[in-house]
Design a protein around this ligand. Structure first.
Ligand code: S3P
Length: 439
């Protein structure tokens, strides 16, 4: 699908974004392992999260859709998962694949996991290796480091103290989930703290979790107790509207009900540092805190990003690159080599596609440097099958002179099927629409 983008006069209004992708996956997975049902509201009904639910059903878990974003997960209990009779297809979803591997490491049967072209290229050894150390058998392509992978779990697994070479919540979560089936404590130390949704949710289910600096420890034993979970709006989806509000002249965009877990709010810190006029109101306390966020059109300046900030905004770097292109001065992103193993090599794809629009982007091994302020001009660009690149390019098109065409945008449905509808709700005339659709 090709999306045609033309600059709107301004963006104005209040929108909501769908449920957080990371929290939705975890709510399904932990609900499945719990004793008693878990009722979820605000579940993200995107392809990625639906892949997790389908895999759980294939493992014998009862999943009932009660309404939009409303699900009941029948807890299978600690010994309740069953050997699936077919391959579990995770589609484009790295979170489904890696977190499921963690759960399956503790199941005494064989499962086979696969994914789409992109996911089959992404590294799985970072999860498979520690799970092997705990006693699971994981075999497959690339010496057991690429999907399709077959995993046979063990029960109990061995306790482990693992030092992860990468700050990755997927690696940490897979090991902690496997830890539920271990005969001793399991801890993961990271080079910098990554998103902590698993830790928070495990506690919500009654599990003992200890955090000590960059190290997290789970103590197995004791059932997880099913309960009600409200998923907050996804800050990674809100990010596109906040940046659009900051760079389209005359705009004021409010997004309500957004999750503002501090391990996810690096975007807000950086936009503030770049000079964006941001408002945060209506804070709600919860296991996962939420708030209403507003961005007004502002003169942005470049910023330097690296170190422990990077895991707090890793998924927002594509849209931050667009903000950097619209800003005055230089933006430099360091310590972000993880971008190379996302749904696409985001350093390469951002470099190639933003350059076509007239941005001055230099690639680095572990990030990029953008000299902002060059006027963007409409062009034909493509997503490389990466949802966040597709949405970032659509936002770039809002400030590019003339018409921008973004190719290969079906992938947006992996995380945010309603993205275009919500974007157009902020303008008087549609500013981005599928080719051939009435403007
Ligand atoms: C996620 C963790 C991040 C992020 C991904 C979702 C999660 O990946 O990029 O979109 O839900 O745990 P890594 O753990 O590989 O950094």
């Amino acid at each position: 699908m090709r999306v045609i983008v033309t600059p709107p006069r301004r963006l104005a209004g209040t929108v909501q974004v769908p449920g957080d992708k990371s929290v939705s996956h975890r709510a399904g997975l932990l609900g499945a392992l719990a004793t008693g049902p878990t009722e979820i509201t605000g579940f993200l009904e995107s392809l990625d999260c639906l892949n997790t639910l389908r895999a759980l059903q294939a493992l014998g878990v009862e999943v009932t859709r009660k309404g939009p974003g409303e699900y009941r997960i029948g807890g299978a209990g600690p010994g309740g998962l069953q050997e699936p009779d077919n391959v579990l297809d995770c589609g484009n979803s790295g979170t489904s694949a890696r977190l499921l591997l963690g759960v399956l490491a503790g199941q005494p049967f064989w499962s086979v996991l696969t994914g789409d072209d992109s996911l089959r290229r992404r590294p799985m050894g970072r999860v498979a290796e520690p799970l092997r150390q705990m006693g699971a058998s994981v075999v497959g392509r690339g010496e057991g480091s690429r999907l399709p992978l077959a995993i046979r779990g063990a029960r109990p697994l061995k306790g482990l103290r693992y030092r992860s070479p990468v700050p990755s919540a997927q690696v940490k979560s897979a090991i902690l989930l496997a830890g539920l089936f271990a005969d001793g404590e399991v801890s993961v130390e990271e080079p910098a703290p990554s998103r902590d949704h698993t830790e928070r949710m495990l506690r919500g289910f009654g599990c003992r979790v200890r955090v000590d600096g960059r190290s997290v420890t789970v103590t197995p034993g004791g059932d997880l107790r099913g309960h009600s979970i409200r998923v907050p709006g996804d800050i990674s989806s809100a990010a596109f509207f906040l940046v659009a509000g900051a760079i389209v002249p005359g705009s004021a965009v409010t997004v309500s009900g957004v999750g503002v877990n501090p391990t996810r709010t690096g975007l807000l810190d950086v936009l503030g540092e770049m000079g964006a006029e941001l408002g945060i109101s209506d804070r709600q306390g919860d296991d996962e805190p939420g708030a209403t966020l507003t961005a007004r059109a502002s003169r942005l300046r470049g910023a330097r990003l690296g170190g422990a900030l990077i895991p707090r905004l890793i998924d927002e770097l594509p849209i931050l690159a667009v903000a950097a292109a619209a800003a005055e001065g230089v933006t430099e992103v360091l310590d972000a080599a993880e971008l190379r193993v996302k749904e696409s090599d985001r350093i390469a794809t951002l470099g190639a596609e933003l350059t076509k629009l007239g941005a001055r982007v230099e690639e680095r091994a572990d990030g990029f440097r953008i000299r902002g302020g060059a006027p963007l001009r409409g062009a034909v660009v493509r997503s490389w099958g990466d949802h966040r690149i597709a949405m970032a390019l659509i936002v770039a098109g809002l400030v590019a002179e003339g018409q921008t065409v973004v190719e290969d945008t079906q992938c947006i449905a992996t995380s945010y099927p309603e993205f275009l509808t919500t974007l157009n709700a902020l303008t008087s005339e549609p500013c981005a629409y599928p080719e051939g659709a009435p403007a």
